[in-house]
Unconditional design. Structure first.
Length: 186
């Protein structure tokens, strides 16, 4: 933390990029622990991720949305797949004019020659993941019936303006830390 942050003890600025996986979960846990120890009350986080594992994204969503810190999330480029769920953990959310979001249903690849019972297990897992993520999407955003229909069978791409109309973001705005503030990568 910089001297300015230590004095106020209220705000800090971070970046978080890469695949949503167990490594990212660990980094987020460690960083939030350090934030709470440093007295951070509001954390601004720029996210750049094309997604990853559903369970890891859900874990971070649940953890961050209930942590004793206000998280302000930013999309400066791309937030896609399960990273959208992570992004939605923010109490306030923003995206740059040129940022994009992408949401889709879960998918998996079966092993060649997989038996029907193995395929059934994969399908049931995908349905469970879809139910979990869709409940969070519906809690936070308001898509049009046409957008929900696209989401049902394909990738749904949203510009920052689309995301604002869907209440995914509060406004179109850039991640803009104050001059001299230390920016940490999670």
């Amino acid at each position: 933390m910089t001297e300015q942050q230590t004095k106020s003890g209220t705000e800090a600025w971070f970046t978080l990029s890469g695949d949503v996986n167990s490594d990212m979960v660990h980094r987020v846990f460690e960083s939030v622990s350090a934030m709470t120890e440093a007295g951070v009350e509001r954390a601004h986080i720029l996210i750049q991720s094309n997604g990853g594992y559903v369970s890891d994204g859900l874990c971070m969503y649940n953890f961050l949305s209930r942590a004793p810190i206000e998280f302000v999330m930013y999309n400066g480029g791309a937030v896609a797949s399960i990273a959208v769920i992570l992004f939605l953990s923010g109490t306030r959310r923003y995206a740059s004019e040129t940022a994009r979001f992408m949401v889709h249903k879960s998918h998996a690849t079966a092993s060649p020659g997989a038996r029907p019972d193995a395929l059934n297990i994969i399908v049931e897992g995908l349905r469970a993941d879809d139910a979990r993520t869709e409940s969070i999407l519906r809690k936070h955003i308001e898509l049009s019936p046409e957008q929900w229909a696209i989401h049902q069978y394909s990738d749904l791409h949203l510009t920052s303006r689309d995301a604002k109309a869907a209440r995914m973001i509060d406004d179109v705005a850039d991640f803009a830390p104050p001059r001299g503030v230390h920016i940490r990568n999670i």
